[in-house]
Ligand binder design. Structure first.
Ligand code: PLP
Length: 452
């Protein structure tokens, strides 16, 4: 496309006008659908359009999302969907939570970004609150926008503190896709095409296998390779809501302490209530050395992530150089206002208890459906409202997701396979809405159970 400043100016004017409108009429809605499809195909990512499993398979890839509230969102034509994907864990609070929106709006009117030179109060407030809500004596925080940045920072902090080069992660782990995080990720699809990754050694062991972690630490010790950190999701999310055996986290905690290795909990998806406890590690009463959190920290309104650790481990981030790891836009006032409000709502409404209770209601009902259709289902996994429906084949998963979408329920495959479908609704989903999801799922299964 040839450069045209004039085109960019008039096109952005057209869209600013639409953004500022309270509603759109049918003609505008159809224009928006056409523009969105063309823009994705021509300038964003053509295959993204084809690839979105539930939407594409349902033959409705023109669905353009527009607005949302609670556990329901609408497309630009006004059709409603029950959200059981929850932005892959970003929507604990549901769409447009009024308290988070109000805080962000107020801060936006005052000052969205800090000068970078004076002290911005909200960054300090959020750091103090993180110290209050994280387990043990975690005390100092660093902020950014995305989960992968929080993992990058965790890697650097662990290296700085331990002065050791290696890491241990797990097969099928998901930690983000920037180069450091990608090195820790446990799926060939994303690692292999990139060739060489992190310069130090990274060992991947099976998730949930405490003995494998212990053995790897022992081998590294025997051959003289220092391990800076063991990085783990409390419950693997992208791998399909995989819950480890109960001895896993406590044994890994003990072994890491023995070898002077930091234990890093990637709570990007599990943090702030999703699994039925405030933190995923709370299921096993384990205190990690570093916690990384993102997604719902922004209340589904702003991108914000945090890494929290002890004063001792944070020392090399402060002295001699306090700018050891920085980002210009991350952790700005707008992001912090969203995080302060999202944590406030989480604590006030005890969202982790809601997740625990609703998960205890939903999971057995899904298990009953899985038993009824053994030709389709392998198993149901998960805790709280981080749930995996595992199918016998990717085809069954695709079919279920697309038929659910046709019936106005959005669920998520893991990134490149529909063999496992994640059910990850906002924690504020109502019981009547859960029942509705179950009704529609029963309907889908009765339909396709005959043919698959
Ligand atoms: C456990 C975990 N860690 C890290 C990430 C990366 O977060 P982000 O996509 O915000 O970079 C994700 C994203 O799905 C995740 O689930």
């Amino acid at each position: 496309m040839p450069q045209s400043v004039d085109n960019a100016l008039s096109y952005s004017n057209q869209w600013l006008e639409i953004i500022s409108q309270k509603s759109v009429d049918d003609v505008q809605a159809r224009w928006i659908i056409g523009e969105s499809k063309d823009n994705f195909a021509e300038h964003f990512n053509r295959n993204w359009l084809e690839y979105r499993k539930s939407v594409t398979e349902a033959g409705d890839w023109a669905a353009v999302e527009w607005a949302g509230s609670g556990a329901i969102f609408r497309d630009v034509l006004g059709r409603e969907y029950l959200d059981c994907l929850g932005g892959y864990g970003m929507m604990n609070h549901g769409w447009c939570h009024p308290d988070v929106v109000a805080a962000v709006r107020a801060q936006l009117a005052r000052s969205p970004m800090p000068s970078q030179e004076l002290i911005d109060p909200l960054r300090g407030v959020l750091a103090r609150i993180m110290a209050d809500i994280t387990p043990g004596n975690l005390k100092y925080s660093w902020f950014a926008a995305s989960g992968t940045e929080a993992i990058e920072a965790s890697i650097k902090i662990a290296k700085l503190y331990t002065q050791k080069p290696a890491f241990i992660s797990t097969v099928k782990a998901f930690h983000g896709k920037t180069m450091g995080s990608l090195s820790m990720l446990g799926k060939a699809d994303y690692r292999q095409p990139m060739g060489a990754l992190y310069g130090g050694p990274v060992y991947h062991v099976p998730f949930g296998d405490a003995e494998a972690v212990e053995r790897q630490l022992e081998i590294c010790d025997q051959i003289g390779i220092g391990v800076a950190g063991v990085l783990l999701e409390p419950i693997q999310g992208e791998a399909g809501a995989i819950v480890p055996p109960d001895d896993f986290w406590p044994r890994v905690r003990q072994a890491t302490q023995h070898y002077g290795t930091l234990l890093i909990a990637d709570e990007v998806q599990t943090g702030l209530g999703r699994t039925g406890k405030l933190w995923g590690v709370d299921h096993w009463n384990v205190v990690p050395d570093i916690i990384a959190v993102a997604k719902s920290l922004g209340g589904g309104v702003m991108p914000v992530s945090a890494v929290t650790t002890t004063e001792e481990i944070f020392q090399p981030m402060m002295y001699p150089n306090p700018f050891m790891h920085t980002t210009t836009t991350g952790g700005g006032a707008l992001a912090c206002s969203a995080a302060i409000a999202s944590i406030n709502v989480t604590l006030r409404d005890r969202l982790w208890e809601q997740a625990a209770e609703k998960g205890a209601y939903l999971i057995p009902k899904l298990e009953a459906l899985a038993e009824k259709y053994p030709q389709l289902f392998d198993k149901i996994t998960g805790k709280g409202l981080l749930i995996g429906m595992h199918f016998k084949s990717p085809e069954s998963g695709y079919k279920v997701a697309s038929e659910l979408f046709k019936r106005g329920v959005l669920v998520a495959g893991t990134l490149t396979s529909a063999q496992t479908i994640r059910v990850e609704p906002p924690l504020i989903i109502k019981y009547a809405q859960i029942d509705e999801v179950l009704n529609r799922l029963s309907d889908v299964l009765a339909d396709i159970g005959k043919t698959l």
